[in-house]
Design a protein around this ligand. Structure first.
Ligand code: SF4
Length: 51
């Protein structure tokens, strides 16, 4: 389990100063199904623009 999540997406409603994520948990998905070959193929599905 990840104790800390660092994130640079500062327009997400869970983002806090210091690149912290304040969500209770996050859900990471792959663009290409259940596997990924590169970092660029993954994303945080918990992202919420808050608007
Ligand atoms: S929910 Fe995802 S996108 Fe939003 S701050 Fe946390 S890690 Fe970043």
């Amino acid at each position: 389990m990840a104790a800390d999540v660092l994130c640079e997406v500062n327009n997400c409603k869970y983002w806090e100063h210091g690149n912290k994520c304040a969500a209770d948990s996050i859900y990471v998905v792959s663009h290409t199904g259940k596997k990924a070959e590169k970092q660029e193929e993954t994303d945080c599905k918990t992202f919420d623009p808050g608007v």
